[in-house]
Structure formats: structure tokens, C-alpha cells
Design a protein around this ligand. Sequence first.
Ligand SMILES: Cc1cc2nc3c(=O)[nH]c(=O)nc-3n(C[C@H](O)[C@H](O)[C@H](O)COP(=O)(O)OP(=O)(O)OC[C@H]3O[C@@H](n4cnc5c(N)ncnc54)[C@H](O)[C@@H]3O)c2cc1C
Length: 387
Amino acid sequence: MNFDFTDEQKMLQDTVRRYINEKIMSVADEYDRKGPMSKADAQRFLKELKPFGYVGTLVPEELGGAGLTHNEWPILFEELRRGYASLGGVVGITSNSMNRIASSGNIHLRDLILPGLLNGDTIICSAITEPNVGSDTAGIETTAVPDGDSYIINGTKCWISNGTIADYVVVTLKVLDPKTGDRKPAQILVDKAESPFATREIHKIGVRSFPTAELFFEDCRVPRENLLVSKENPAEASVSSLNFARANAAISAVGVAQASLEAAIKYAKERTQFGKRIGQFQLIQEMIADMSAEIEAGRLLAYKAFFCLGKGIRCYKECSIAKAYATEMAIRVTSKAIQIHGAYGLSDEYPVERYFRDARCYTIPDGTTQVQQLIIGRETLGMRAFT
Ligand SMILES: Cc1cc2nc3c(=O)[nH]c(=O)nc-3n(C[C@H](O)[C@H](O)[C@H](O)COP(=O)(O)OP(=O)(O)OC[C@H]3O[C@@H](n4cnc5c(N)ncnc54)[C@H](O)[C@@H]3O)c2cc1C
């Protein structure tokens, strides 16, 4: 077992941390107050972050990607979420959805759209959730009906990250077989310019500048060649990308929790009461100690999940444990950061109220904490609590 970063990984972390401390953290509050990020701002940030490996992180170099591994992803994204959680969301969804395109067996589509995604000009998102379909994704209602050289898509997707600013959407739906009437799960890429659809922004408690949208597909005509033929079967493909998303949610939560710990330490060293800096009080130190220990546990779980994903080993349990623990942990830790700030922690004069609101958003996407617990239970007991 080895807990050390390689020299290259250490250098990556130092470089990225310095950049984020200087250029990103200082603008996070200002941007977050503006609400959902504009497409122009997202494109500018993507281009700025590309040299560090944030765009097409895992896409092989021969396809124009950063060619990094599952061991570097958490280094990059803990730092970005620590600096500005909403931006980490915009960039993470784009970079992760790109993996789906790069690994698709649809070479035509890959070669057509990957270059624009990799240079930060175009934005992509992934749409699974529907108004009646949350945790139980087997019930997906959005349907594609073959019609000549096209599919006609009808359905509504909701809570789609990057939904209002995306040029492309990977839509998880069911394709109707007109002969048998069967509906088979599939993923189809929708190019908004070619196949327009309406969107509506959904405003939420935290990660406020991370766009989240409803997408309305009404007789949306999409070329048949946009079917993403996976090398794996579609069900397996969506599980492996969900496991990745869970590990990513875990490291994202660790990033936000770490930001709140750093803010709490700074405040505890500055604020004086009863003639002492509050950091000298043992009860404040207890909170700082608990926060540090919980963040470290969440970080180790997240790194283990990424390690298993990189090795290609079965890791439902590792990804679900990391997701469930780290995202719930971030709520506890950011709440303590507010407590250490006293009343000021509740005001928007300090960033800890934003960290708390941001942390609240991670226990629901990519499978709620309860769904993760059911997966952990299934993997541990060998019995399914849900069908
Ligand atoms: C910030 C954010 C970003 C998101 N981004 C995306 C995105 O990019 N793409 C996308 O497709 N979706 C996205 N989602 C949607 C997300 O994946 C769903 O919200 C999530 O799957 C849960 O579905 P739901 O909200 O409908 O809750 P429901 O499934 O309706 O659950 C409601 C409650 O019931 C509980 N519950 C459900 N089933 C069980 C069970 N069997 N046993 C015990 N308890 C259960 C849940 O834990 C929860 O507490 C996003 C959501 C958020 C908040």
C-alpha cells in the first residue's frame, strides 16, 4: 500500500492549488451571486483551465485529451471544488460526459464533436432524470421512435446539470421497436443546433451558478447516426458512468468541506473572545479536530473509489460508500464551520454559508444517500432491497 503521490502528481496538485487560490477563489463569491453561469463565462473558464488537464481529463492524448488517469482526477477536482464548487460542477460534467463520447463505439460522432468539446468551445451534459423518474431509472418514459433516417424523441428531462448552456445532451431514453412494441434502453446524442429543444432553469439552494435545467423534447428529430453505440451494453455503460459520478461527488464534497475547514481555521486564529483567540478554546479545537478527521476519511474513501475505477475492478460498494459518507460528511463539516464563525457564519460576508448551501446539494444527485445505502447493503449482504 502506498499513500504517496508521485512527483508529477505532487507538482500537478501544487500548480493547480496555486492557480485556484490566486485566480478562482477570489472570484467565486462574485460569480456565484450572479446565479446560473452564462455560456460565455463557462467557455472562458474551460479554456483557462484546459492547460491543467481539466478538459477531457481522461480522454486519451491521441484523441486530443489530457490523457490523465483516475488517480489524477480527484487531485484536480478536489482543488477546483474547494476553490469554487459551481465551477467544479460545470467543468466536471463537461469532462465526464466527454468520456462517454470518447469511449463510444460511434467513431463518426466522436470525431465530429470531440474537438469542439476539447477546446472548450462546446458544452455537453447528460440527461437521465425525469419528472416521474428519479432514483428508479428503470422507469424512464422518454422515448425515441424510429422514423426513416431519424429518431423522433418525446419526453421531459429535469435537474440536468449544464442543461441551459449545453450544445449537446447525452439523453438516456428508450428506443421503441415498432415491430414488437418493445422499448430498449439506449443513449442518443442530441445536438441542440440541429435538433432544437426548449429549456428552463431550475433555481436551487446551493451551487447556484452551476446551471440546472428542465429539457423539453417535443417531436425532436435526431439523425439515427446519433445513437451512441457502446462497446459495453447500455445498462453496463450507464452503471460504470454512475459509479464514476459517485466517486466524483465524493471528492467534490471533500473539496467543499476542505474549503470550509480552511475558512474556520483562519477565523479561529483571528477572532478573539474572553481575551483569547477562539482557536485556543478546547471546544473550538474539538470541532476543528472532528472536521479534519472526517475530511481525511472522506478523502481516503474517494481516492480508493477512483483507484478501483482506474483498475477496472468491480467497485459498486467502494463508490457508494465514498459517495454516501463524503457527501453527508460535508454537510456536518460545513455546518461546524458556520458554528465556529458565530453569527458572521450565517451572513454572506463570509464564504462558509455558501459552502454549507453547496454541500447540501451533493447527497441527492448520482443516487441519494438512501440509494447508496441500499447498494452497500446489497453488496455486503448479497440481498437486494430494491428490484
Ligand atoms: C444538483 C443536482 C444536479 C443534478 N444533475 C443531474 C444531471 O446532470 N443529470 C440527471 O439526469 N439528473 C441530475 N440530477 C437529478 C438526480 O440524479 C436525482 O435528483 C436523483 O437521482 C434522485 O431522484 P429524485 O430527486 O427524483 O428523488 P426520488 O427518487 O423521488 O427520492 C425521493 C426520496 O425517496 C428516497 N427513496 C427513493 N427510493 C428509495 C428506496 N428504494 N428506498 C429508500 N428510500 C428511497 C430518496 O432517497 C429520497 O430521499 C441532479 C440533481 C441535483 C440535486
